[in-house]
Design a binder for this molecule. Structure first.
Ligand code: MV4
Length: 454
């Protein structure tokens, strides 16, 4: 039985994991950097060990120090949260070989899905629709341009080691393809030490839909429905909601089945997400799998009533899933606004510093997952997420009205945040109508003057 867990992360997700452990009666060990001494997760965990300097490379990315802390404190398992080492197959393997449970998939599945060309091939063989594209990485410019013509322009060039939008280039004809192909290869080599790229037909103005899945260690896989993550800027999601406003029960059933097949093909275990693009006609295409718990998991928790962090821990413990697909119901609508320490009126410049007054909203249908408090100093070393506002109700309309109301109550002084931007989006007719695609944010920022969201 898992009795003690090391939380290899910081911020709101570290706090979220502490909370799940508390309810399960599991002891927690926080590891933290010198910049996070004052962090809530450090104060709320049963034990805490400092693992290094402020920079991630000196602390949260130091697998050696984290595993040493795990051994000193005699934990049974490590929860990696998201980011940092969460999708590092080598770290998962190190945990496995040190007899510490990694709360996530087996290193084999992380590796498989980490190679985006192998991931594509694996799910395609399991009859999951992928975007028309190359069979695996392209070998040379000559071969690549032939394949691009065959696919038909526009074509998107993606890094095999990429994901999440990093290292992608779009080409509209042979001439731009030759240029973008080399740019993509060089960028991929620099960013990932792996210059290999593959090609896909570029789907214009798609919706970004992901399916949450749960898989236990006894071979059972279920899905918990979709999240619509179309509202994003530079591949950073800003708003996620479920159900997707344009979905039908039929599409959910079809895509859910495809998501389960994709997870089964990876012999997946624990919580994971299958990402799809959906075109305006409702055609859907697998693009990649995220082998971790995600920032936006709380949306699914509010819609289904299932605690995903607890499920992750139970699965790592070897327990069987105690629900079948038919037991999963989607009774509510939930929407998440990511609250970042950024100035949306100044091109989203980071805004670290000391929180003055802090007053979070409450009342019916409002959930806040945040590690900040009055007097807390946001360090400049990490990502800018300082909280998530999740609002929910029986219908989308109620959830949106609650979100607008909660955002109006939310007071964070001393720094700039994305709260005013979210308020403007919640009041935008296009968004309210449920028409947002991945092109939405750029268009919104072009047609709206910054004083409306500062
Ligand atoms: C695409 C695509 C269109 N066609 N793939 C973005 C995140 C990463 N997981 C995959 N992404 C995309 N993949 C094909 N075949 C569009 C996106 C995409 C996007 C691309 C360029 C600029 C902004 C974007 C915003 C959302 C999704």
């Amino acid at each position: 039985m898992i009795q003690k867990i090391l939380i290899a992360n910081r911020g709101e997700i570290a706090l979220r994991i502490v909370r799940a452990c508390r309810e399960l009666g599991i002891k927690t060990l926080a590891v933290y950097s010198e910049a996070d001494v004052q962090s809530l997760h450090v104060q709320l965990a049963d034990e805490a060990i400092c693992i290094g300097g402020p920079r991630s490379a000196d602390s949260y990315l130091r697998a050696d120090r984290i595993i040493s802390a795990a051994e000193i404190a005699d934990v049974d398992a490590i929860h990696p949260g998201y980011g940092f080492l969460a999708e590092n197959a080598k770290f998962a393997e190190q945990c496995e070989s040190c007899n510490i449970k990694f709360i996530g998939p087996k290193s084999k599945s992380i590796k498989l899905m980490g190679d985006k060309a192998v991931a594509r091939e694996t799910v395609r063989k399991a009859h999951v629709n992928t975007v028309p594209g190359s069979d695996g990485p392209v070998e040379s410019e000559g071969e690549a341009v032939k394949i691009a013509r065959k696919i038909g322009y526009p074509v998107i060039i993606k890094a095999v080691a990429g994901g999440g939008g990093r290292g992608m280039r779009i080409a509209h004809n042979d001439v731009s393809f030759a240029k973008e192909y080399h740019v993509a290869r060089n960028e991929a080599e620099k960013a990932f030490g792996d210059g290999r790229v593959y090609l896909e037909r570029y789907i214009e103005r798609p919706r970004h839909i992901e399916f949450q899945i749960l898989a236990d260690s006894h071979g059972k896989v279920i899905h918990l429905g979709e999240r619509d993550c179309s509202v994003q800027r530079r591949h950073q999601k800003l708003i996620e909601e479920a159900p997707s406003p344009f979905f039908t029960a039929d599409l959910r059933k079809k895509m859910g089945k495809a998501a389960v097949r994709a997870a089964e093909a990876a012999e997946y275990e624990n919580a994971g997400t299958i990402e799809f693009l959906v075109d305006p006609k409702g055609n859907f295409y697998f693009i990649e799998m995220n082998t971790r718990i995600q920032v936006e998991h709380a949306v699914t928790e509010e819609v289904t009533g299932i605690d995903l962090i607890k499920e992750q821990i139970r699965i790592a413990n070897g327990d069987k899933l105690d629900m079948d697909q038919g037991d999963v119901t989607f009774t509510k609508h939930a929407i998440e606004c990511r609250i970042n320490a950024e100035d949306p009126a100044a091109n989203f410049a980071p805004s670290p510093g000391t929180i003055g007054l802090y007053y979070p909203p409450g009342g019916p249908g409002v959930r806040i997952d945040s590690h900040i408090y009055s007097g807390y100093v946001i360090p400049p070393y990490y990502d800018s997420l300082i909280g998530k506002l999740i609002c929910f109700g029986s219908t989308r309309k109620v959830a949106l009205e609650r979100a607008y109301r909660a955002l109006s109550e939310y007071l964070i002084r001393g720094i700039k945040t994305t709260i005013p931007l979210h308020k403007a989006i919640m009041a935008d007719p296009l968004f309210i109508e449920g028409k947002a695609t991945t092109a939405y944010m750029e268009e919104f920022l072009t047609r709206t003057t910054p004083d409306l969201f500062s």
